[in-house]
Design a protein. Structure first.
Length: 293
């Protein structure tokens, strides 16, 4: 298979931004480490603009040694948009905007599927900001995959087949978790009404960069509208597999107080669940996005 990466920046070479920080690209197409930003301070003016531009260029930004308060985590994220409250995932006590993601001996990791966050919403997230509170001694990395590159790497035949198609997204995973926890039929039906299945384009145009990227994922996409189910399933499996191509990926090794800020509109992620029975404790804030087109 001939895989081409088109962005073409050199990984590992620092890029001076000019607003007091630098970027160190991790790969030619996705992922950059940010140096010189203190997340305890709300980014304003040119600093915020430069960070947003870097996010658009690299799809995911990484920060080290950010020993910040929960309030600072929230306020940093809020600089980039309104924050969502996840209706299914556990929250940090007193902070509904903070997802508390803890895995240990009794709660093994389970985010080891390629996905973009909350695509079952009518307006899925713009981005997520995840901070490591406690990490395993080895393992527990998160991988990120560039969905622009995933789309651009498709054959012309497949691109033509998916042009203009829409797919159905659903919170089926969380519905299953509700049932396991003993939720009543009435409670589940209430959530079905609140979050009905939604249609999103198979190929999304990013609202800021205007670039095209794949926007289907194995966690929440159900089927492609207007296709026989067998054909839809086969095509989706082919599209899902694009995320797993190493040339489109970067991989981040977590340390305590490391932070990842990713653009859910342009990349997918996969949390490697290879650290059981060690503890991995994270906190996430999610920024509301707009309806895909």
């Amino acid at each position: 298979m001939n895989v081409q990466v088109l962005d073409g920046q050199l990984p590992g070479k620092s890029i001076e931004i000019g607003e007091g920080f630098t970027l160190e690209p991790m790969t030619p197409t996705i992922g950059a480490v940010v140096r010189g930003v203190d997340m305890s301070k709300v980014p304003l003016g040119k600093t915020k603009d430069a960070l947003r531009a870097a996010l658009l260029d690299w799809k995911v930004l990484f920060f080290r040694d950010q020993d910040v308060s929960t309030e600072a985590h929230i306020e940093f994220a809020r600089a980039f948009g309104e924050l969502e409250v996840h209706p299914f995932a556990p929250h940090k006590e007193g902070y509904p905007e903070i997802l508390a993601i803890t895995h240990d001996k009794d709660r093994p990791g389970k985010e080891n599927e390629w996905h973009s966050d909350v695509t079952w919403r009518e307006c899925p997230s713009l981005g997520s900001i995840l901070r490591a509170i406690e990490v395993p001694p080895v393992g527990g990395d998160t991988l990120f995959s560039d969905m622009y590159a995933a789309y651009e790497g498709l054959s012309d035949e497949v691109k033509e087949k998916i042009e203009g198609k829409v797919a159905i997204h659903d919170f089926a995973y969380f519905r299953g978790m509700m049932k396991k926890r003993g939720a009543s039929d009435a409670e589940i039906e209430e959530m079905n009404k609140k979050y009905p299945m939604v249609e999103h384009p198979v190929v999304r145009t990013h609202p800021e960069t205007k670039r095209k990227g794949l926007y289907v994922n194995v966690a929440f996409t159900q089927y492609i509208k207007g296709m026989e189910r067998a054909e839809s399933d086969a095509l989706l499996q082919h599209l899902y597999a694009q995320a797993a191509i190493p040339e489109y990926q970067c991989r981040f090794r977590w340390e305590k107080n490391s932070v990842a800020f990713w653009d859910n509109r342009a990349c997918q992620h996969y949390a490697a669940s290879d650290y059981w029975p060690a503890v991995r404790r994270m906190e996430r804030v999610t920024i509301i996005g707009d309806r895909p087109f």
